[in-house]
Design a protein around this ligand. Structure first.
Ligand code: MN3
Length: 205
């Protein structure tokens, strides 16, 4: 059984950049629904899915090909939704932080400067057509790479490890920003938990 992880801060912690109502609905309704639906999907046909239920949600996505075809897409949608949101809450915080150390050096070497990286990442997030995510990932070769994924598809399914990511489904910003995705992305930079992104990076190089 998968369960909703505890939110590492209160619903209003990311104000004014991410509003309390959005956080409450996003976490307690959207994320919770992915967890419930993932559990329900794996419970049907329990015998066949017993092994899958024991995997972590990340392993489930890495081993996507081992999921029986009749439930694969439903598992991808909901395991992806669960993994992406669990990750998303971690890489945000109310503290004002900046990238440092190895991560900053890698960003500068790959993108030229922190500002150019932010610009490229923001453009990637703007270029998601419809619902999806933009991620900064570490590839199998240990390189930083920007990735765009539709729906709840996870970079893990292609063997890339997400270290930073932004949810650009409308449910992530519509209450406060309506159609202004650019404003949401610009505001979101203020709540990035850079020490956590560094941890994610250093664990995977
Ligand atoms: Mn979402």
């Amino acid at each position: 059984m998968f369960s909703l992880p505890k939110l590492p801060y209160s619903y209003n912690a990311l104000e004014p950049y991410i509003d309390e109502a959005t956080m409450r609905i996003h976490y307690s309704k959207h994320h919770a629904a992915y967890v419930d639906n993932l559990n329900k999907t794996l419970e049907t046909n329990f015998r066949a899915n017993k092994k899958l239920q024991k995997l972590s949600v990340e392993k489930l996505l890495i081993n996507v090909k081992s999921i029986p075809e009749n439930i694969r897409q439903t598992v991808v949608n909901n395991a992806g939704g669960h993994a992406n949101h669990s990750f998303f809450w971690q890489i945000m915080s109310s503290e004002n932080t900046q990238p440092q150390g190895k991560l900053l050096l890698a960003i500068e070497s790959e993108f030229g400067s922190l500002d150019r990286f932010k610009e490229a990442f923001s453009q990637k997030a703007m270029s998601v057509f419809g619902s999806g995510w933009a991620f900064l990932t570490v590839t199998k070769e240990g390189k930083l790479k920007l990735k765009r994924h539709s729906f709840q598809n996870s970079p893990l399914m292609q063997g890339n490890i997400p270290i930073l990511g932004i949810d650009v489904w409308e449910h992530a910003y519509y209450l406060k920003y309506q159609n202004r995705r650019t404003d949401y992305i610009q505001a979101w930079w203020n709540v990035v938990n850079w020490p956590q992104v560094s941890k994610n990076y250093e664990k995977n190089i």
